[in-house]
Design a protein around this ligand. Structure first.
Ligand code: GLN
Length: 474
């Protein structure tokens, strides 16, 4: 399909083969044609046209000038509502632009709209959104599959060519898992590389912004643009941001690729193991050395995550009380009743479950047994990775334990849903960067993804190794 990568489209804009308005009109039409996917939960044609006209005055040197993007509806945007996929924020219009989206605007991009997500980014299927689920564009004709989550709208929008790139957030896998399910590239950088300022908080010690696109080159361009220090976020890192795109080098000769023994888990489908094997062989062919590594605390990663993330969520979501902003229940009895009804009307089932778990693990009698213990185990998991990277350059794993599943399939069993995160959560707890690159197909022809992980702030290595895999796609 024409106009599906940033790199090619930019060339066409610069050579005046197409105007910015014409280009974005193509995307407007595509979005209208694909309404049933429900990738966008906010889309306003007039705003897009207005932005294109405004861009005429912008300098051509701006790397994203005219490039149409989708923005996960967790990033605060001045011109568009920000709902976090929740009823409680369904009427919320931020008064400021998030750090990340603001950087993209300054570089000349066009926001086509806000993309769907699991409510407050809690989920792996984009089925918990107050605005209905998103359908995976790679679904076979007779079955509707989930796009993954929580950034399912962004992944689906990129996969269906309803934008050239999109933002996402990843707390435990929310960029990498939907990227894998939809057959696109998704990058979660090092914790602290991109500012959290203006992103609706889920679990603040894990939340990290990142990007989706149709190839590794484009994600390298986008990540460079959204990264950077911000004094408004106390965990923002003041590090040098390399020009990942210009430095891309997919020569794998002499590289050491770590294969974690503990990721050979029971319950992983054969097709996943097969693509994992295939990927290993491809790296060997390119002159890389495979090295078995050990991440001994892997089995504790999911339980640790599902203590820490809900604990932080329960604290972060305390601000939604019907007073400051968002939905307010219609109650004229007492303030307490207003709080109670606002929250029980405004939050969905999964969000309530997390608030309950989080409140429990932080409560006086259980704090030491759960929360404090989980923090200690988190440190052990981070140490596992630090030790592993003494022996290898990147770590190679599957992204998910299986291909995209049917809508509604894991809904009644939260544990089954949480198992989706088994390969993505450890890196989130350690704060290291990860990429998911489409690689191979399931027996039913569905996309599968390979995950590559590297040391803190060594995004270049996962871009390089990811590009190598992309070039050798079989
Ligand atoms: N699926 C995970 C969860 O439900 C991760 C979500 C995310 O990364 N935002 O918490």
């Amino acid at each position: 399909m024409e106009f599906n990568t940033i790199t090619d489209t930019r060339k066409k804009i610069l050579s005046k083969k197409i105007s910015i308005l014409e280009l974005n009109q193509i995307f407007i039409n595509r979005i209208k044609d694909q309404k049933k996917i429900n990738a966008y939960i906010f889309f306003d044609e007039d705003l897009i046209v207005k932005r294109c006209k405004q861009l005429e005055k912008f300098n051509d040197d701006l790397i994203l000038k005219g490039i149409p993007l989708g923005i996960k509806d967790l990033f605060c945007t001045i011109d568009m509502p920000t709902t976090a996929g929740s009823k409680i924020l369904s009427n919320f219009k931020p008064t400021y632009e998030s750090f990340v989206s603001n950087k993209l605007l300054k570089k000349g991009s066009v926001f086509l709209g806000k993309t769907n997500l699991d409510e407050f980014a809690m989920g792996s299927s984009t089925t918990t959104s107050f605005f209905g689920n998103t359908i995976n564009p790679k679904s076979p004709p007779k079955k509707k599959l989930v796009p993954g989550g929580s950034s399912g709208g962004s992944a689906a929008a990129v996969a269906a060519n309803l934008c050239l790139g999109a933002t996402g957030t990843d707390t435990g896998g929310s960029i990498r898992q939907p990227a894998s399910f939809c057959g696109v590239v998704g990058v979660k950088p090092t914790y602290g590389l991109c500012s959290r300022w203006g992103i609706v908080a889920f679990a603040s010690s894990l939340d990290q912004a990142g990007v989706f696109a149709n190839n590794v080159y484009d994600t390298a361009i986008l990540l460079k643009e959204i990264a950077g220090y911000d004094s408004n976020d106390s965990t923002s890192a003041n590090v040098n941001i390399p020009n990942y795109f210009q430095k891309l080098n997919y020569n794998m000769s002499g590289k050491v690729i770590g294969i974690p023994e503990e990721y050979n888990l029971p319950g992983i489908s054969d097709e996943i193991n097969e693509v994992w094997e295939k990927a290993k062989k491809i790296y060997e062919k390119g002159g890389a050395k495979l090295k078995k590594i050990s991440l001994p605390h892997t089995k504790y990663a999911l339980p640790t995550y599902y203590i820490i993330a809900p604990a932080e969520a329960s604290s972060n979501l305390a601000r939604y009380d019907g007073v400051k902003y968002g939905h307010r229940a219609n109650v004229d009895t007492s303030l307490d009743e207003m709080y109670e009804l606002t929250r029980s009307e405004g939050f969905g089932k999964e969000v309530k479950r997390r608030i309950l778990i989080g409140t429990y693990v932080l409560s006086a009698g259980y704090y030491d047994a759960y929360y404090l213990k989980a923090q200690k185990v988190r440190k052990l998991i981070a140490n596992d990775f630090a030790n592993a990277f003494k022996e290898c350059d990147v770590i190679l794993t599957p992204t998910t334990p299986g291909p995209a599943f049917g809508i509604g399939e894991k809904e009644d069993d939260p544990i089954k849903m949480y198992l989706n995160d088994i390969f993505t959560v450890p890196a989130s707890l350690a704060g290291i960067p990860g990429i998911s690159v489409p690689f191979g197909e399931s027996k039913d022809g569905l996309p599968l993804g390979i995950q590559l992980l590297s040391k803190h702030f060594d995004e270049q290595s996962i871009f390089d190794a990811g590009l190598y895999l992309e070039k050798n796609y079989e």
